[in-house]
Ligand binder design. Sequence first.
Ligand code: URA
Length: 235
Amino acid sequence: MRLDRFLAKRPHLGRKDVRRLLLQGRVQVDGETVTEGLTEVDGFSRICLDGDTLQAGNVRRYLMLHKPAGCVSATTDPQHRTVLDLLPEAERDGLHIAGRLDGNTTGLLLLTNDGQWSRQLTLPDSHLPKTYYVETAEPIGAHYAATFARGLYFAFENITTRPAQLEILGSHCARLTLTEGRYHQVKRMFGHFRNAVVRLHREQIGPLVLGDLPLGAYRALSGAEVAGMRAGAAG
Ligand code: URA
């Protein structure tokens, strides 16, 4: 919201008072004096008046987690264990998921309280690559790669999938890299060949690799990793 609107919501501060306080240089946002009422602030902004804190500002948090099978990509669920249940209670507040995985999919999942960052990563025109390790019920044909690279028509959404890269690792396993995230996309792509996915594991999103983070564990992203993801999403 706008800084002047934030200030005008304080008890005893009218619109005229707000204008005057701003012009007198008595308002600081994140340690900088701000005189322009149109300045955008949000829940992460530290806002002070005459050195007194009006809003401390939330700390931005970015986590990666190794999702096990059997817990759902949701913050609450009446029946199932959620990925948030893997975190200590004190760590959960305000977090949401940036890019869900199916219940039986394992691997790299991102959690944050920064809605702007997660939107950037998951917008349809963010072409951040996501790499999956896939195991299938039937042998994987060499011809799948060309079909995936051309794109597949998804009638439900009336779209053709973006070119995807398939690296065949064995008779029943492969690594697939997508640059979008349609509903059940990997399973539907293999479903085109009537080949069921029996194991699905996300290894990488953009420059971020799950690596040896143990199953069910999580860690904070570094500032460089957060920025790298943002840059990757911007293409
Ligand atoms: N594609 C799927 O089918 N499932 C996932 O969990 C992720 C991608």
